[in-house]
Write a protein that binds this ligand. Structure first.
Ligand code: BG6
Ligand code: MG
Length: 222
């Protein structure tokens, strides 16, 4: 089997922006009198800004306390804080192995795609000087459903003319692994083996160090 495309999640796979999202949500939640911790934060990974806010409000028993406009303001407040944390991003912040993998993919003519729920993805890729290494960044609003639905991954594969069964998706979130498997692709998890295998990851690595083109090709020929 021949590898036709690799689809990357961004936050928590390309760099540590998952932590910035957590810090920004925690600050907003505190303003609202809602306590969140890292364990709860796992539920927020991979899902959109507004869905994350709704999940936090439900968690705090405040699901019906705010108008749509108030919720939009809260989401904007969280985003401003998040974007201010991005201020100091630099190319050296890319996780180990990622730039090397992207260069190897380009050399081999295999498209790399970003399939992230984040509307901030293009800005982050620019700051990390990675934009030219991706053939396509799926605009999150271009698909009807976010993760755990397969839409973002299917749209990315379609754009670069790749068949899902010859694609590999890389994710740190349970919702993302579920989305990759629902798209009919091979799923590589980055993070906790127990958590990501539980939702169907084909293989889980503790971090990005061991990700290489050779490793990914080996998964498809296994
Ligand atoms: C996902 C993150 O990639 O993007 C979520 O895992 C985040 O934590 C979501 O909420 C939306 O990101 P943004 O940048 O559009 O608020
Ligand atoms: Mg992620």
């Amino acid at each position: 089997m021949k590898l036709q495309a690799v689809l990357f999640d961004l936050d928590g796979v390309i760099m540590d922006t998952a932590e910035f999202h957590y810090i920004a949500w925690k600050r907003l939640a505190e303003e609202l009198g809602i306590a969140i911790d890292r364990e709860f934060n796992e539920n927020l990974k991979g899902i959109s800004r507004m869905e994350s806010l709704d999940t936090i409000l439900r968690h705090g028993g405040k699901a019906d306390d705010y108008s749509a406009e108030e919720k939009r303001d809260m989401a904007e407040r969280k985003n401003s804080h998040y974007v201010s944390l991005l201020d100091r991003l630099k190319p050296a912040d890319v996780y180990p192995g990622i730039r090397e993998l992207l260069l190897a993919l380009r050399e081999a003519g295999i498209p790399a795609v970003v399939a992230s729920a984040s509307k901030n993805a293009p800005q982050i890729l620019r700051a990390l000087e990675l934009s030219e290494l991706f053939r396509f960044v799926v605009p999150p609003d271009s698909v009807p459903r976010g993760k755990p639905a397969p839409d973002l991954f299917l749209r990315g594969a379609e754009e670069v003319g790749a068949a899902p069964e010859f694609c590999i998706g890389i994710e740190d979130a349970q919702s993302g692994i579920t989305a990759i498997k629902a798209a009919g692709m091979t799923a590589v998890g980055i993070g906790s083996e127990a958590m990501l295998k539980a939702v169907g990851a084909d293989v889980v690595l503790p971090d990005t160090r061991r990700l290489s083109l050779e490793f990914l090709r080996g998964l498809l020929s296994a």
